[in-house]
Design a protein around this ligand. Structure first.
Ligand SMILES: Cc1cc2nc3c(=O)[nH]c(=O)nc-3n(C[C@H](O)[C@H](O)[C@H](O)COP(=O)(O)OP(=O)(O)OC[C@H]3O[C@@H](n4cnc5c(N)ncnc54)[C@H](O)[C@@H]3O)c2cc1C
Length: 265
């Protein structure tokens, strides 16, 4: 059996939820203008693929589905150590959902240039977090799906993983090709250095229009529509806590909390 060498990582250029602000009057969040960044767990997935390549050889390819701006996520992954990138370029128009993204990725993986031995995904994205893209791709391709993986080794042509389950840790073995999803327990992603960032700017990013993958439009357009994203308004009571010294202040605070029904029991 030939050893696995083609490592693929799916990365999402998602919304940076820490930097996203709601409109102060309406509470609405403008998702189209929200700041973006590489989804957190995707960096763990890239790190793991780079470690596999360092140990077993081969090539790490990162792939993203999105508009031209999603190249930034590919650049981040190349700076961590991935070898090449693929942008599955979405036409202007409505943003796809997890079903559409999984269908698009699966179509690309079926092409000769997209074949892989192991595909790594984040367990869920930092923004929408449906946690379905990796398992959906595995199902579309008919490959084993190993989710919530916290440890991964390759031994005698087999993939062995430890995965988190509610009651503990499960150990599984699988052949290749396979799809895994990972979270932050699996590793600590290396910080790109000045040199690795410089080198990454010379690495190739191939751009493939989604509509050249032979998919019908219904396969890559969304079936779920985000009607609105907003922050619920919390009416402020504007209560001032006063007191001459810290002891009086804390007494007053405890009294106010009791009146609110919080009695510490
Ligand atoms: C036609 C089309 C147009 C799109 N246009 C845009 C756009 O304009 N702007 C934009 O930001 N996004 C765009 N997308 C991407 C899409 O909005 C999200 O990626 C999708 O909603 C993923 O759902 P999720 O975050 O719940 O995935 P989850 O299942 O929570 O994500 C889990 C993992 O799947 C992988 N993954 C998720 N999304 C992607 C992705 N897009 N590419 C590669 N791997 C991924 C990552 O490894 C991630 O950690 C477009 C997609 C399509 C098909």
């Amino acid at each position: 059996m030939s050893l696995p060498r083609r490592w693929v990582v799916a990365v999402k250029h998602g919304i940076d939820v820490n930097l996203t602000r709601a409109d102060p009057t309406t509470g609405r969040i403008d998702l189209a203008r929200a700041p973006r960044k590489t989804s957190d767990f995707d960096k763990n997935a890239v790190e793991e693929a780079v470690r596999l390549r360092e140990k077993h050889g081969g090539t790490v390819t990162v792939v993203t589905v999105g508009p031209a701006t999603a190249r930034e996520a590919i650049r981040d992954a190349l700076a961590i150590g991935a070898d090449e990138g693929v942008l599955l370029a979405a036409p202007d128009g409505p943003v796809g959902d997890s079903r559409a993204v999984a269908g698009t990725l699966a179509a690309y993986f079926r092409t000769p240039g997209g074949a892989f031995d192991l595909a790594l995904f984040g367990e869920g994205s930092t923004d929408h977090f449906s946690g379905t893209v990796g398992p959906r791709v595995a199902a579309e391709l008919g490959f084993p799906s190993l989710s919530h993986v916290r440890q991964l080794t390759i031994d005698g042509g087999h993939l062995r993983v430890h995965r988190d389950i509610d009651s503990g840790i499960e150990e599984l073995e699988s052949g290749f090709p396979a799809v895994v999803t990972v979270g932050q327990e699996i590793n600590t992603p290396r910080m790109p250095t000045f040199l690795s960032t410089l080198k990454s700017s010379k690495k190739e990013i191939r751009e493939i229009p989604i509509d050249s993958l032979g998919l019908s439009a219904s396969k890559w357009t969304r079936s779920i529509v985000i009607q609105e994203a907003s922050v619920p308004s919390v009416p402020r009571k504007k209560i001032r806590v006063s007191g001459e010294n810290p002891s009086a202040l804390s007494h007053e605070l405890v009294e106010l909390l009791r009146r609110e029904g919080i009695d510490g029991k």
